[in-house]
Design a protein around this ligand. Structure first.
Ligand code: UD1
Length: 430
């Protein structure tokens, strides 16, 4: 059991630096599979469980992966041999859904790939039908047998693909699949998340022409060969916003460094509407958001949407913040089917949240009280930590392993902001 204790109720103060983005690092790491006897150097790679899982998966396929500075550094070198295995390990794919991102590059490079079908998870069924439909349209033969995807294509063919939904993972898999395809692949109605642009930059660094235009249409010109490349992972907008909310919920005064304000516009707009006080500082060396204390947030309504809409990955944290507003808020989840499991845990802390279909109705309460609660997934865990920081008394967040998948050094970062947090005995921060 992995449990964090939080003695809540005091305002956070100080500075916190944003980690490299988990959801940008994972697809860029998977894209190294397109290299043959070449290297990728990736900087600002966060120290996270999901990143370790992707490293393990790449190693299992034959890639030599090394972090600089005895595992402590944020620069990682991927040394990719002339031949790699095309069969992804069942155990690793089950551990992390984003493992399915190796399908596109493996198929493009090896002409075949075997991937265990990733199962559902606690936020919804999460199929990969859009990934498979796009690959089929590019000429791949796909069979699903005994829970495995078998994909084959001597050489994929570039063509126009329309995504029925702007899926982040499908966009990324198809961009990578298109690299060695014959001719140009045009993907329409793509995801426009900033992480997609990071992947496009990595592919360009390999010598591939990728036009993204930010309009939901991506063009990739197929090539015969790629070359050594290097890229830097963008700052993690979800982690940054989680700390911004921690500052707001504790009436604290904190600075969140290394943010790209354009990536977090949706949160900042909703916070402004809710009466939060913050300023955006722009510096050549990196931008920051400074949070100033306010007593109470005003209630608001919002709906999660693909980027540039309000991110589903911030929905639980925002709901946690709204539990302390002075009225009734409505938060509609439109990206995943079952992303309110954590609401019952917040209610154990004195919140008043009613789930009506896809919408959480949040009646603001005067205060939250510490309790023992369980993280049901990564962002749910983050929401419970925020609630614990704001609550009176002691909160125990169980199942912290979910949180460690996506938040680097969460214990020491919170402590540096003055929070009274600690893993229970025998548990060490990773
Ligand atoms: C990525 C992020 C995740 C985030 C999500 C939405 C990574 C590693 N993870 O996940 O943190 O919550 O984007 O912003 O980047 N869908 C289908 N068929 C498909 C693919 C998706 O029906 O083939 C549905 C999903 O079930 C879900 C919705 O589309 O309801 C969004 O999924 P998608 O954008 O693909 O998210 P992921 O790439 O899995």
């Amino acid at each position: 059991m992995n449990t964090m204790r939080i003695s809540g109720g005091s305002p956070l103060k100080g500075k916190v630096r944003t980690q490299g983005a988990k959801n940008a690092a994972l697809p860029v790491m998977a894209s190294c599979l397109l290299l043959k006897g070449q290297k990728m150097i990736l900087d600002n790679v966060p120290h996270l469980q999901d990143v370790e899982t992707m490293m393990e998966l790449l190693r299992s396929l034959g890639v030599a992966v090394a972090r600089e500075g005895n595992k402590e550094g944020s620069k990682v070198v991927f040394d990719v041999p002339e031949t790699v295995s095309w069969e992804a390990s069942d155990a690793l794919v089950r551990k992390m859904r984003a493992s399915s991102l190796v399908l596109g590059p493996l198929l493009a490079r090896c002409g075949q790939a075997v991937l265990p079908l990733p199962g559902g998870c606690s936020i919804g069924s999460r199929p990969i039908d859009l990934h498979l439909k796009g690959l089929t349209q590019m000429g791949a033969k796909i069979e699903i047998r005994n829970g495995f995807v078998y994909a084959q294509a001597q050489r994929l063919r570039g063509r126009r693909i329309y995504l029925d939904f702007p899926s982040v993972g499908a966009t990324e898999n198809l961009m990578m699949a298109a690299v060695f395809a014959m001719g140009e692949t045009i993907i329409e109605n793509t995801a426009r998340e900033p992480e997609i642009e990071n992947l496009a930059a990595a592919l360009r660094s390999m010598g591939v022409q990728v036009d993204t235009e930010g309009t939901g249409c991506i063009r990739v010109k197929g090539v015969e060969d790629v070359h050594d490349c290097s890229e830097r992972v963008i700052p993690d907008r979800i982690e940054a916003c989680t700390y911004i909310l921690a500052g707001i919920m504790t009436s604290g005064e904190i600075t969140v460094e290394d943010v790209i304000p354009e990536h977090i516009d949706a949160l900042l707009a909703k916070l402004e509407e809710a009466g939060a006080s913050f300023s955006v500082k722009r510096h050549k060396s990196g931008n920051a958001v400074v949070v100033h204390p306010v007593k109470k947030l005003k209630p608001i309504s919002l709906k999660t949407m693909p980027f540039p809409g309000f991110p589903t990955d911030l929905q639980p944290q925002m709901v946690a913040a709204l539990t302390l507003s002075n009225g009734v808020s409505f938060v509609e989840e439109s990206v995943f089917q079952a992303r309110f499991l954590y609401a019952a845990e917040l209610n154990r802390m004195g919140a008043n949240i009613d789930i009506k279909g896809d919408t959480a109705v949040i009646r603001g309460v005067g205060r939250l009280d510490g309790a023992s609660v369980k993280a049901t997934d990564l962002r749910a865990g983050a929401a419970l930590i925020l609630a614990g920081l704001a609550a009176k008394g002691e909160t125990r967040v169980e199942n912290m392993e979910h949180v460690l998948r996506g938040y680097e050094k969460v214990e020491s970062k919170l402590r540096a902001l003055g929070a009274d947090v600690a893993f229970e005995p025998n548990e060490r921060e990773r």
